[in-house]
Design a protein around this ligand. Structure first.
Ligand SMILES: Nc1ncnc2c1ncn2[C@@H]1O[C@H](COP(=O)(O)OP(=O)(O)O)[C@@H](O)[C@H]1O
Ligand SMILES: [Mg+2]
Length: 220
């Protein structure tokens, strides 16, 4: 008999899109890495405050409309710990509040959407249903991480840019926070996407700048 061994704690994270090396990460784990202590502290506040931020009154209206559905935007150079901290936040949110979470590189999300649109008879139905599962998660999970926004291929049709705007507005209107990591600066962002989206970002996320250079050896 073949037995596949998998750490049961890690197995709980299958279907969340979180890369295996980051599954089950805690904020304490990130704290031990000792960098970006400001961002880590704010991440903790976000996790602790999630329930209050998302609470509704007896009429179903947000108690705190200014923060309801608001996510986080992590901007900074590659290797400064953005993905690590964002993944830890997702893991902590799920553990602490039992909510649904999903993580994807934005490039992968765009690729899946393109393939679903372009599907023909040669597409394996199993594969197609996996793409659709992932796309639905990105739309409907309580909290989603879009990792490395700005890395996706830009085309004349502006498909990736329009999809981002639609997705962020839809999630925000539904009151579902989105976490974003990016290497783009504010000006890069306005040039690549649009000024209206740039200013909408300030409404639907709280910006956190990851300072300094890469922690990855060999990046410098
Ligand atoms: N807060 C931190 N302090 C020190 N090192 C960190 C921290 N967060 C992540 N690292 C290390 O830095 C490297 C890059 O982290 P990553 O999260 O992939 O960065 P980014 O997403 O900004 O490119 C990883 O090897 C990781 O172990
Ligand atoms: Mg990253």
């Amino acid at each position: 008999m073949i037995t596949t061994r998998m750490d049961p704690e890690k197995a709980r994270w299958i279907g969340t899109g979180i890369p295996p090396r980051l599954r089950g990460l805690t904020l304490n784990d990130v704290e031990e890495l000792e960098g970006q202590s400001d961002a880590v502290r704010k991440a903790r506040t976000f996790v602790e405050g999630y329930r209050a931020q998302q609470s509704k009154n007896w009429r179903g209206l947000p108690v705190n409309p200014n923060v309801f559905g608001r996510g986080l935007l992590f901007a900074g150079h590659p290797g400064t710990g953005k993905t690590t901290l964002a993944a830890a936040i997702l893991c902590e949110l799920r553990r602490r509040w039992g909510i649904t979470i999903y993580s994807t590189r934005y490039t992968d999300h765009i690729e899946r959407e393109r393939r679903i649109l372009r599907q023909d008879d040669s597409v394996d139905p199993e594969q197609l249903s996996q793409w659709m599962y992932a796309v639905e998660r990105v739309q409907w999970a309580d909290v989603v991480l879009l990792d490395d926004v700005g890395h996706e291929h830009s085309t004349a049709s502006k498909y990736a840019e329009d999809t981002l705007e639609k997705l962020l507005r839809q999630r925000y209107d539904e009151g579902r926070p989105t976490l974003i990591t990016t290497n783009l600066s504010g000006d890069d962002w306005a040039n690549r996407y649009s000024k209206p989206l740039r200013s909408f970002m300030d409404q639907c996320t709280r910006r956190e700048i990851f300072t300094g250079d890469s922690y990855r050896r060999g990046d410098q």
